[in-house]
Design a protein around this ligand. Structure first.
Ligand SMILES: [Zn+2]
Length: 109
């Protein structure tokens, strides 16, 4: 199953719930599932399920936005790093995300 087919399955399964919930609350679910993935990795169990959940919620967000996730991913990463256009990436190594993002995530949990 490719990304487009997976997105289609998620649309067929959940679009009625996703539309009722709306974009903002569906995004909240995605963030919540990313946090659960972090907890699963720290606990060393349930990691595959949490990875699948993150991908499913990401597909729900894309469905609500009417965006083809596979097309977006291929356009951005299909040729390697979108910043330096290389495989492997030749950009300067960065330890973590921007400080603003980290602060935001810490206030959420
Ligand atoms: Zn790069």
């Amino acid at each position: 199953m490719d990304i487009s087919r997976f997105q289609e399955v998620i649309r067929d399964t959940y679009i009625h719930h996703d539309r009722r919930r709306g974009l903002e609350r569906t995004l909240d679910w995605l963030v919540s599932e990313v946090y659960e993935l972090r907890q699963a990795i720290e606990a060393g169990k349930g990691i595959e399920e949490e990875l699948a959940d993150v991908l499913a919620w990401l597909a729900s967000v894309a469905n609500l936005l009417g965006i083809d996730l596979e097309k977006a991913a291929v356009e951005r990463y299909g040729e390697g790093c979108p910043k330096c256009s290389s495989k492997p990436c030749r950009c300067q190594y960065r330890e973590g995300p921007d400080k603003d993002v980290v602060l935001l995530l810490r206030t959420q949990s």
